[in-house]
Design a protein around this ligand. Structure first.
Ligand code: APR
Length: 234
């Protein structure tokens, strides 16, 4: 395995699937049970806030019943043992990368465990349920919303992400179907900026599989630890 300095990783729902967290587009996934326009858009929240609060309260409560899997802990081991930089960008809103030991995760689609006040813009760590009657701890207005990026909203950390993609020596995409931009275009940004090696690790070929120099298809909890061993030269 060549020597890589800056390793940039993008993860999607597939990295948490073996922990028992539902993905979006697999059979039985979240978008089979709910319409995106009802629970993951500003318009849906405006139309029926109770439905949206409940959707995220249920997913937040589920976090207490699942554990990180071998893919999460392997990425934390890579961060701890790689003598170079490791940047982790996730589309996921669960906290399993952190609970698996990775620090400094960039949640480009937000986090289930945070609430944001629409009155004062303060963001609060929040593990329990909340709704339109819950007062903001900072300004006391009842204007809290999930700190989640909905369709049509700007993902978080895009400047830092662009810098990382332009500086990557190895780009690894794990557990994402490659259906949603801007994340689905990251591999093209990496390829346009330099000679980074690009690897897809996914249960099956994603929509962007042909854009990667290397593809490894199978369960992340098996393939990611193996790949981390190769990178670390174990
Ligand atoms: N190991 C590896 N990959 C897996 C596993 C597994 N055990 N199980 C499923 N996958 C793969 C699926 O093959 C699929 O390609 O994970 C991918 C999950 O795809 P999606 O459900 O579309 O999830 P994701 O790509 O993260 O969605 C991106 O879409 O709805 C929005 O905001 C939401 O962040 C989400 C974004």
């Amino acid at each position: 395995m060549a020597k890589f300095d800056h390793i940039v990783i993008l993860t999607g729902a597939g990295v948490s699937a073996e922990s028992g967290v539902a993905t979006f587009r697999d059979a039985g996934g979240l978008w089979e049970q709910h319409r995106i326009e009802d629970v993951a858009t500003p318009e849906g929240f405006q139309r029926n806030p109770a439905l949206v609060y409940d959707f995220y309260n249920q997913r937040r409560a589920k976090l207490g019943t699942v554990e990180p899997n071998g893919a999460h802990t392997a990425l934390a081991r890579l961060q701890a043992e790689h003598n170079g930089r490791v940047t982790l960008i996730t589309q996921n809103v669960d906290n399993l990368h952190e609970r698996g030991g990775f620090s400094g995760v960039m949640h480009m689609h937000g986090e289930l465990t945070k609430a944001r006040c629409m009155a004062c813009a303060s963001v609060h760590q929040w593990m329990d349920a909340f709704d339109g009657a819950t007062p903001c701890p900072t300004c006391t207005h009842t204007a809290l919303r999930p700190h989640i990026v909905w369709f049509g909203e700007m993902p978080f950390h895009m400047d830092m992400i662009a810098d990382a993609l332009g500086d990557a020596d190895l780009f690894i995409s794990i557990g994402t179907s490659g259906n949603v931009y801007p994340a689905a275009g990251f591999v093209q940004e990496v390829r346009a900026r330099g000679a980074a090696h690009t690897v897809e690790i996914n249960l099956e070929p994603s929509a962007g599989a042909s854009l990667f120099a290397e593809c490894r298809h199978g369960p992340a909890a098996t393939l990611v630890p193996d790949f981390v061993d190769e990178i670390l030269g174990d």
